[in-house]
Design a protein around this ligand. Structure first.
Ligand code: N01
Length: 550
């Protein structure tokens, strides 16, 4: 389907949620467009992350597109937090409903992208050496799409099966009567463990750092199904107990709440400081949030993300919960984090801590007994041999820049993106980097992306880019590049806002700490979604201030 004869107006790399919406917009704008996707189908992260228990930690009614009223009216989510299969079904529905597949080349991976300054276009080469020329390029490559596969000593000697949560096979993996080891205790493992514990003969959890997690309290969504429409309430914001028809009745109001928020999500906000209320009041608020479930826990008080003393009150509350939920006090202690809550992304679980009360689970503490090597039959730590049939790597991703660096991207004057960003991902608004004209990144480093409800952030980025392309067309411009001055200022601002934020107070993938040799900078923009959108709008209103247009 790829043509090497024509010069496309736009090539979109990736057919996840960012790629699909970009393609929709491109078709609407009647651009000559193609999307290139390495997988055999749409869905991006939801295509690859199909491990047992995978589901979203943002509520379904919010983790969905809002660009089409018809789409949001007709689609029926079944649970408060959608499962991976349901989200993938939704992505497929969007691709079919808007006839996007005809413009997607599947099973094709872009290996290099080089800007031809003389001809003012990009030249891309894929895994089958096809050349694709395009005026504009959108990197819709996702933030968590390149696996972190630590180089464990002698990993190749293991004779059993090894799987990574981020690239789980499409066929059923039989875990029955198997001794299984899982390495890592981040969000993926926290979802996977309670699911597989009911199947395996024995599960060994190899933990280096404990993670904070709060209960999801997932439940089926409530539908009126036309019965009592006359009692329909007008939703005025976040309310967990609304019937779906009530949310849909005034979806735009509900969405507006998210637009004006820090995390692009309608959350119940409490503007009090955790330190300005009595201990009893604080415990009541935490208890209420814990019982209602989900990420709103971290918004229990306004200062949990900024004030370490306030943060400690929430951390202590969760530590006490771990103590009360896990029967074995030694295991409970090992599962208890000692760093601020919310620094690593807060996980949302269903029965994670309770899983450790089962007879067929063992927690292996890699802090005191480090993992030394794999061997034919399993894993050796400094203390024990663990015989295993299956090993699951839940070791996460080379986040935000990994996938961009996997593509050999070369801009003006032969600058390679990988070299330019060797000390940190410098760009303007997370959208474009100086030296790389006509190339946009969706939810890239420097934008709120992974700190927000991703679909809302994706739609904002895509809308901004297509407004920009239209502006260029109307003003006879065919070249746009972020200025070095604007990107330096943005990068400086980005780093400044992150200094006092709880998110930069520990070692996490947000700062590239999980990848050996990676520059240690806070990558996503932590200044808040609504402030970020204000800045983007200001830039476009001022004829793309900070960009060079020709
Ligand atoms: O990965 P992680 P993840 N030896 O990087 C350990 C999103 N997500 O896939 O902390 C031993 O968080 C590592 O230990 P440590 C979400 O944004 C969303 O779980 O580095 N252990 C850690 O425990 C999330 O944040 C959803 O000491 C090693 C684990 O592996 C992001 O994806 C669901 C090791 C990696 O945790 C990533 O989550 C799932 C080594 N050499 C994921 N190397 C939802 O929407 C790493 N580890 C709900």
């Amino acid at each position: 389907m790829i043509s090497n004869k024509k010069i496309y107006d736009l090539v979109i790399i990736g057919a996840g949620f960012a790629g699909l919406y970009s393609l929709y917009k491109a078709k609407l704008a009647k651009l000559n467009v193609i999307a290139i996707e390495r997988a055999s189908n749409v869905g991006g992260t939801w295509y690859w992350n199909r491990y047992p228990g995978a589901r979203c930690d943002v509520e379904s009614m919010q983790y969905s597109y809002q660009f089409s009223n018809e789409l949001q009216e007709e689609w029926e989510w079944t649970e408060k937090y959608a499962t991976q299969p349901e989200i993938l079904k939704y992505a497929n529905h969007v691709a079919d409903r808007f006839k996007l597949r005809e413009n997607i080349q599947f099973n094709s991976e872009i290996k290099s992208a080089k800007f031809n300054s003389d001809k003012n276009h990009w030249e891309l080469i894929n895994n089958t050496n096809q050349l694709i020329k395009t005026k504009f390029c959108i990197m819709a490559t996702g933030c968590l799409s390149t696996l972190n596969k630590p180089k464990f000593k002698n990993i190749e000697s293991f004779k059993g099966e090894i799987y990574h949560t981020g690239n789980w096979p499409h066929h059923h993996i039989n875990l029955k009567n198997k001794k299984v080891g899982i390495i890592g205790t981040g969000s993926s493992a926290i979802q996977c463990i309670p699911e597989i514990i009911n199947e395996v003969e024995h599960l060994y959890v190899f933990q280096r750092t404990p993670h904070y997690t709060v209960p999801a309290r997932n439940k089926p969504l409530k539908y009126l199904k036309g019965k009592t429409k006359k009692y329909m309430r007008e939703p005025v914001g976040y309310d967990n107990d609304l019937f779906i028809e009530e949310v849909k009745y005034n979806y735009s109001n509900f969405r507006l709440k998210a637009q004006n928020s820090v995390a692009a999500m309608a959350l119940p906000i409490n503007h009090q400081s955790a330190l300005n209320v009595s201990k009893e009041r604080r415990e009541t608020v935490f208890e209420d949030r814990w019982n209602k479930g989900g990420v709103p826990f971290i918004a229990a008080f306004e200062d949990l993300n900024f004030d370490r003393e306030a943060n400690e009150t929430a951390a202590k509350f969760v530590r006490n919960k771990i103590k009360s939920l896990v029967k074995d006090s030694h295991v409970a202690k090992l599962l208890t984090p000692d760093y601020p809550i919310g620094c690593k992304r807060l996980a949302v679980d269903s029965n994670y801590y309770e899983s450790y009360n089962k007879p067929n689970i063992s927690l292996v503490d890699l802090k005191t007994t480090p993992l030394e090597e794999f061997y034919a039959k399993g894993i050796n730590t400094s203390k024990n041999h663990y015989e295993l049939d299956i090993i699951i790597l839940a070791t996460g991703f080379d986040a935000m820049t990994g996938t961009l660096f996997n593509i050999d991207i070369e801009g003006k004057n032969n600058i390679k993106l990988k070299n330019k960003w060797s000390e940190g991902p410098k760009n303007y608004l997370g959208l474009a980097s100086s030296g790389f004209p006509n190339l946009f990144t969706i939810s890239g480093p420097g934008s709120p992306s992974v700190l927000t409800n991703m679909i809302v952030s994706i739609e904002q980025h895509v809308n901004w880019i297509f407004d920009c392309i239209e502006y260029m067309k109307n003003n006879n411009k065919n070249f746009i590049e972020a200025s070095l001055k604007a990107e330096n200022e943005w990068y400086k601002h980005n780093q400044e806002v992150s200094i006092d934020h709880v998110r930069s107070s520990c070692s996490s993938w947000y700062i590239g700490a999980n990848i050996k040799g990676k520059a240690k900078n806070f990558m996503p923009y932590v200044g808040g979604y609504s402030k970020y959108v204000e800045k983007c709008d200001e830039v476009s209103k001022n004829n793309y201030q900070g960009f060079i247009l020709k």
